[in-house]
Write a protein that binds this ligand. Sequence first.
Ligand code: FMN
Ligand code: SF4
Length: 129
Amino acid sequence: MYLFTGDAPVREFAAAFPQPARLGLRLGGRFFLHEYPYREAYLLDRARQFRAALRLPLILLGGITTVETMELAMAEGFAFVALARALLREPDLVRRMEADRSVRSLCVHCNRCMPTIYRGTHCVLAERP
Ligand SMILES: Cc1cc2nc3c(=O)[nH]c(=O)nc-3n(C[C@H](O)[C@H](O)[C@H](O)COP(=O)(O)O)c2cc1C
Ligand code: SF4
């Protein structure tokens, strides 16, 4: 959860497994699925240390959901940004941002997409084709 930040969806994770693992995860899931508060660009402080120490091109990842954050990453010397949940939530997000730079991601960092990796990765809030 440290890599993600946001909610720890213990109940949904448990539901992805057969019994008795399901019951075990429901009872004990909180012990290994810790919650870390979400904030925009939550890995930036740590990434800056790599940026300062390395000469190779770097990609900033983690909680990038606005054009402003993307521009900040470029200004700080990152070659690219990577988006995971924001694009899972809205595959056309970048196109919408191109048309209107005030657009923000609709991802709410609930992390309920994580347990869907066992049955077809998707955002639980997004419409599926
Ligand atoms: C549903 C889902 C599956 C993921 N699977 C992997 C994976 O298999 N390997 C990996 O290194 N990261 C995986 N990630 C982590 C993402 O690559 C990314 O590091 C993380 O979601 C933080 O970026 P974000 O804030 O843009 O979502 C996954 C993320 C999500 C939401
Ligand atoms: S399920 Fe959707 S809204 Fe929730 S974290 Fe995943 S992509 Fe974001």
